[in-house]
Write a protein that binds this ligand. Structure first.
Ligand code: PGA
Length: 253
């Protein structure tokens, strides 16, 4: 059974006090997550020790990083290696978010390196893909996303690819309040799975969790997550509100 995941992406938000309050409010809920469900919190790097401490002893709840450098160490002022996150207990790393692709010029080739760096230390990449509005309007989203996956991930072995979590996030739905319909999400998630099946075989493709991201909230999480090829969500805005994100965690299949 594929992992079902509710992942929070706090982006560059919240003061330390606000971060602590949000974590405390969330921890007041009893999520009762099962073996194949996880709640993952990609908090700003500086709040990672705080979040790790708060989640200590909590089953199926993990702290994640929002990015990492592709090298293991060296003269890269201001950067953090995947292995450094691993040493403090962070084993999930979001890679290739559209904001990083756009504002920090992250290319598919760079993301291939980052993905390999994360896998090399035994951690889990949460690899983001998704098309801009003009591609959706032209109806070429499938081939656009397919190219992102091929260029960044197809050098991986079958043993490696099953350890990658995919987050499909149409850029036109991120932070806009405009969610893809559940039918649109299902359609492209199924397509993404077929792309992996063609390269790695059906049984490998069936094991890959594919999350949907883009204006997921408590009010639409149930419907989106109920789609057969949607294995949870990557959530920005609504992950900053405890009651919203708690409901999204509870919407996992
Ligand atoms: P949003 O962001 O939920 O605010 O649309 C999602 C994301 O960017 O991961």
């Amino acid at each position: 059974m594929r992992k079902q995941i509710a992942a929070a992406n706090w982006k560059m938000n919240l003061s330390q006090k606000e971060a602590e309050n949000l974590l405390d409010q969330l921890l007041a809920s009893d999520f009762n997550l099962s073996e194949n469900q996880s709640a993952i919190f990609a908090v700003p790097a500086i709040y990672i020790p705080l979040a790790i401490q708060k989640f200590a002893g909590k089953q199926h709840m993990f702290v994640a990083a929002q990015n990492c450098h592709q090298k293991t160490n060296g003269a890269y002022t201001g950067e953090i290696a995947a292995s450094m996150y691993e040493t403090v207990g962070v084993k999930h790393i979001v890679l290739g978010h559209s904001e990083r692709r756009e504002y920090f010029n992250e290319s598919d080739a760079l993301l291939a390196e980052k993905t390999e760096a994360v896998l090399a230390i035994g951690s889990t990449p949460i690899f983001c893909c998704g098309e801009p509005l003009e591609i959706r309007e032209a109806g070429t989203q499938n081939s656009f996303v397919e190219a992102q996956l091929k260029n960044a991930l197809f050098q991986l072995s079958a043993e490696q690819i099953v350890r990658v979590v995919i987050a499909y996030e149409p850029i036109w739905a991120i932070g806009t309040g405009k969610t893809a319909t559940s039918a649109q999400a299902q359609e492209i998630h199924a397509y993404i799975r077929s792309v992996f099946a063609a390269q790695y075989g059906q049984s490998i493709a069936e094991q890959i969790s594919i999350l949907y991201g883009g204006s997921v909230k408590a009010a639409n999480a149930n419907e989106i997550f109920s789609q057969p090829d949607v294995d949870g969500g990557l959530v920005g805005g609504a992950s900053l509100i405890a009651t919203e994100f708690a409901a999204i965690i509870n919407a996992l299949k």
